[in-house]
Ligand binder design. Sequence first.
Ligand SMILES: C[S@@+](CC[C@H](N)C(=O)[O-])C[C@H]1O[C@@H](n2cnc3c(N)ncnc32)[C@H](O)[C@@H]1O
Length: 195
Amino acid sequence: MPKIIVATTKQRLTAEAASWIDLALFDGALAIDATVGNGYDTQFLAHKVGSKGKVLGFDVQKAALAGARELLKFVGSLDRVSLIHDSHARLDDYLPAQAEINGAMFNLGYLPRGNRQIITKAETTVAALRLVLEHLAQHGRVTLLVYRGHPGGAEEYAAVRTFLEQLPDNLWHPEELIGAADSPSAPRLFRIRRK
Ligand SMILES: C[S@@+](CC[C@H](N)C(=O)[O-])C[C@H]1O[C@@H](n2cnc3c(N)ncnc32)[C@H](O)[C@@H]1O
């Protein structure tokens, strides 16, 4: 059974996710934002893949996608982003045949300042993660920022961790980052790299 390397950081976990995924992205890369929300991660990914790259962004909330669209239009990156109103668990329906993903970000839980009843769920999150890994390019990278303080959050964290523990360790390098102010309800960041 592969070990998940566990480490602590003084950086914010959002900043850790961005700086680490950055290393897998380049001009022309394909990136996935599994949870668009307000579009901040989508904006970051769109900037990193450049004008020749592509970002597929998923969210189940139409209003969130509309807001993200405005943000992307404002910063001039909408041309390389497809905003998809569907669950990330149906990623395969939207991915071009033979496509290889270079980087994917999951920012789980509910939308800050949004409807707290609309949350990512363990089963669909793991289904989407499985699909992303199936299509991940060599040296591709995936981040999952997992929130544990809301109902269902701890179960989702446990499901993701269990899934990562079962990956063959000759192919995958999973890590878990713990923030400075850790507690049972604090978020954790998973980082997965294809060897
Ligand atoms: C924490 S927020 C994402 C924040 C976002 N990354 C940002 O930069 O603003 C989580 C988002 O996941 C979305 N979501 C929930 N279930 C989903 C699913 N099955 N597929 C795609 N998105 C989902 C929610 O609607 C919410 O907008």
